[in-house]
Design a protein around this ligand. Structure first.
Ligand SMILES: [Zn+2]
Length: 282
């Protein structure tokens, strides 16, 4: 009876999500439907026509009422990917399921992405969770209980500082969900060798090659715990320790690290949480 109650509440949560509102439950549904091969779209937590069509396709294949809504029967048929409900248990490394997918999605939205959203609580999710907990002033114990889930209900953080654009170019890929992952910055597609400028006043705390994917990376420390990140550079024009003002050249753009073509990857982090730079430009 209790399980049924939880499932019904959760189904209503999916059903009652207002158009345009981002929902962790919708993201978990998208993760589950990617695993079944019914959904190939982005895990964005938005209940759009693609998600509805994928739900309907799954329901048809399993001889369920094809209403496009992930109700209790659909969730049950999704098996371990369709349960347990978010909030029904504390989460830690080694677990799997619907609620783990919600956690991965919410951590990413709050600036702590942890690799592919797949409903599996691995070491990357564990590291992201501990970083979020420390960021939020919670005990970084790697267990997502009521306090952590409560903090994840808040709006994602935003930059308290405003910045100049680091290059005079149009924005390509934006901050946010991308496929089954989360893009923590903005991409500016530009030719290799384009001068890259500091987005604001601060001091360079890193100018070195990052083997994790950023390639040649400059990080500038600003006020209020804010850092800006400039990835895939072809050349450095600064060294760690150098202080700069907005507009100073810090390097040349390129395609070093994990990059499919010349572009600048730009991030803003607030005490370590990646935030959407688009809302922070002057
Ligand atoms: Zn990027």
């Amino acid at each position: 009876m209790r399980r049924l109650g939880i499932a019904l509440v959760c189904a209503l949560g999916v059903l009652a999500t207002p158009a345009g509102a981002v929902s962790g439950n919708v993201a978990a549904l998208q993760v589950a439907l990617r695993a079944t091969g019914d959904y190939r779209g982005t895990v964005d937590g938005l209940a759009g026509p693609g998600t509805r069509a994928a739900t309907t396709a799954f329901q048809r294949r399993h001889h369920l009422a094809a209403d496009g809504i992930a109700g209790p029967a659909t969730r049950r048929t999704l098996g371990r990917r369709g349960r347990p409900a978010w909030g029904s248990r504390a989460l830690h490394a080694g677990m799997r399921g619907w609620d783990v997918a919600v956690l991965q999605f919410q951590l990413a939205r709050h600036g702590f992405p942890s690799g592919p959203l797949d409903g599996g609580f691995g070491p990357r999710a564990d590291a992201a969770l501990r970083r979020f907990q420390a960021w939020a002033g919670l005990g970084a114990d790697g267990i997502a209980g009521a306090a952590t889930m409560g903090r994840l209900r808040a709006a994602p953080p935003r930059s308290p500082l405003r910045f100049y654009r680091p290059v005079p170019a149009a924005v390509g890929d934006r901050f946010g969900p991308r496929g089954a992952t989360f893009h923590p910055g903005l991409d500016f597609p530009i030719a290799s060798g384009t001068p890259v400028a500091a987005a604001g006043r601060g001091c360079v705390i890193r100018a070195s090659y990052d083997p994790g994917g950023y390639g040649n990376l400059v990080v500038i420390q600003h006020r209020l715990g804010v850092t800006t990140w400039y990835g895939h550079l072809s050349r450095f024009a600064v060294r760690a320790g150098r202080c700069v003002t907005g507009g100073d050249r810090i390097g040349l753009s390129g395609s070093t690290g994990y990059s499919t073509g010349p572009h600048l990857h730009f991030e803003i982090r607030v005490r370590g949480a990646a935030v959407d730079p688009l809302g922070a430009f002057l």
